[in-house]
Design a protein around this ligand. Structure first.
Ligand SMILES: [Fe+2]
Length: 585
């Protein structure tokens, strides 16, 4: 008897030791990828706002602001700006502006806790010409003092809105792009090469951008996870470079927030690369009468963000779920510090806005308030990793107290919408979680690549669901809303635009729509012979710009509505698209 007890004791002891060794290995920094590689040269240096990920929306004839980081600089000197359209057809067009005024002060665009937060910057005001073409522009700013010149440029930094645009606007939300390297498939994280060309171009992302450009909303928002950085040492840098390169394809301005993959430390510190190239990790902006607050839900320590490889099999950082720091008591906004205090004050200062949005990567609500994007994950059924962070209650508290109508999120790669009443019971805080853009994991999945399309008019917000009460708009025909989608076979884009007959030079646009809803498209844009007036059938000409390179030609901007098609029931069976033929004379 005694012998058996002793044997049992030894077995239990051995199990405890094995468990302990595995647990210590999983949680420890053993197997960490090398860190401390040189970061890419920063794209945000002197011109620190507006940026590619935090652009500025301006009306023709109104003020355009910029912030310059020039340590020790005083106001004044000669300050000029140049706006050049992003669209290659308009190359040669440029607006040269002289500053109306400049002052020094703390950055108004980079909050404390971000890279330039609390720094003294030179704030400069320009005026956009009243006849400026409504388009997306690269912005260059030059400062000359005593013969010394400093210049800097940010691509896609300024969007000049159509004149007279007021409280009504549209935007599209995209999430989880996951630009990656080829051949990164690993145990438990299969990734095909389908979405990445041999030269690294992210084709799934570029197709999504094309759908956005076809809709041509006033702007887009992206909700994080632009890279993967979670398979092999040193991936972050090349993935980020390819992601950044693809941003050039957008023809609308894009507001971005960081996801967990964007702040991982794999070779380089992703959080730093992000702020040196995209913009602040958190910030806010206005559009029409609405206010948007962009939140960083990745407030983990550098130790927690470092990539590790365990047992030659699992690659992960300690933390990939949501966390927002600074709430000693999450139920009491008065106690908040840091980013949470800044969000509280930003929302409080914008209570007069017609409506309020928050943008962030991790959903603090889904499902039913339980915030799965914040919790720990079970690992091999034994260990918990990945989350357990704080802040989800604080974010829900802020949304309810400060009347945030919509909180847009990604991370979970599928659609979900939930809501809680505002504290004043005058409305609801909706938490709108959305699906991914990439789908390189392949296989059968209960979600599909998509985007949301938002129509905002004062406090009325519509359009962000597709066919039912919570789904995103599919990027591909054959996506299955309630069932499994064959990700390996998705190929037909849900909306396609072609230019062709009838008429010399192909004076018609063919717009096909496989979606089961009518869609408004504003991106029917092409070069036509210049004429005093054009006759457009089945569409509306809303803008005509003589080509700078050849005044005998004009760039015409046409919008139209295409009716609902019949979507394909699955990825292998094509649907029956609705077609609108827009002709131009
Ligand atoms: Fe994520």
């Amino acid at each position: 008897m005694n012998k058996w007890l002793r044997a049992l004791g030894i077995v239990v002891l051995v199990i405890i030791i094995i468990y302990g060794v595995i647990a210590i290995n999983l949680y420890s920094s053993v197997g960490r990828f090398p860190t401390g590689a040189t970061r890419p040269a920063p794209a945000i240096k002197t011109l620190i706002w507006p940026t590619i990920g935090y652009p500025e929306l301006v009306a023709p004839g109104s003020a355009m602001n910029a912030e310059l980081y020039l340590p020790g600089a005083t106001a004044g000197g000669s300050l000029t700006a140049t706006l050049k359209p992003v669209r290659p057809e308009l190359s040669g067009l440029a607006y040269a502006l002289n500053a109306d005024a400049s002052t020094t002060g703390t950055s108004e665009r980079w909050p404390r806790g971000t890279r330039f937060g609390g720094r003294t910057v030179l704030r400069v005001r320009f005026t956009v010409p009243a006849q400026a073409v409504p388009e997306l522009y690269d912005l260059s700013v030059t400062r000359t003092v005593g013969g010394r010149q400093v210049s800097d440029m940010q691509p896609h930094a300024v969007s000049i809105a159509p004149p007279g645009q007021g409280k009504a606007f549209t935007f599209v939300s995209l999430s989880d792009i996951h630009v990656h390297q080829r051949n990164i498939s690993r145990f438990m994280t299969p990734q095909s090469n389908k979405g990445i060309t041999p030269d690294g171009t992210p084709v799934f992302f570029e197709r999504a951008i094309d759908q956005v450009n076809l809709l041509r909303p006033d702007f887009a928002v992206m909700l994080g996870d632009y890279v993967r950085a979670q398979s092999y040492a040193g991936e972050y840098k090349p993935e980020f470079a390819n992601f950044y390169k693809s941003l050039a394809r957008f023809r609308v301005p894009v507001f971005m927030v960081p996801g967990n993959h964007d702040v991982y430390w794999n070779g380089v510190n992703g959080a730093e690369v992000y702020e040196e190239n995209i913009g602040p990790l958190f910030y806010s902006f206005d559009a029409g009468d609405a206010h948007f607050t962009a939140v960083n839900t990745n407030q983990w320590s550098a130790q927690d963000r470092k990539m590790m490889e365990k047992f030659g099999t699992f690659v992960y950082p300690r933390k990939w779920q949501g966390q927002v720091l600074g709430a000693p008591d999450e139920r009491k906004p008065k106690t908040y510090l840091g980013q949470l205090a800044w969000i509280r004050d930003d929302l409080a200062a914008h209570q007069a806005a017609a409506t309020r949005f928050m943008l962030m990567h991790h959903d603090p609500y889904r499902p039913n308030g339980k915030a799965v994007a914040w919790r720990n994950e079970r690992f091999a059924g034994l260990f918990t990793l990945g989350g357990g962070g704080s802040g989800s209650t604080a974010l829900k508290e802020l949304a309810a107290r400060y009347r945030v109508a919509y909180t847009l999120t990604g991370h979970w790669h599928s659609d979900y919408i939930g809501r809680i009443p505002w504290l004043d019971h005058q409305g609801y805080a909706s938490f709108v979680n959305q699906t991914m853009v990439t789908y390189d994991e392949g296989g059968m999945k209960d979600s599909y690549p998509g985007y949301r399309s938002w129509d905002v008019n004062g406090k009325d917000v519509t359009g962000y669901t597709y066919l039912d009460t919570f789904h995103s708009v599919p990027i591909y025909d054959g996506s299955v809303l309630n069932g499994m989608t064959d990700l390996d076979r998705l190929d037909r884009l849900a909306m396609t635009l072609a230019r062709g007959l009838p008429g010399p030079g192909g004076s018609a646009f063919y717009l096909d729509n496989y979606l089961g809803e009518a869609m408004d498209a504003r991106g029917l844009i092409g070069i036509f012979p210049a004429a005093g007036s054009h006759k457009v059938a089945n569409g509306e000409l809303y803008q005509a710009v003589p080509l700078p390179s050849n005044p005998a030609l004009e760039l015409l901007y046409i919008k139209t509505r295409v009716g609902a098609g019949v979507p394909g029931p699955n990825a292998t069976t094509p649907g029956d698209p609705a077609r609108v033929i827009v002709t131009v004379e």
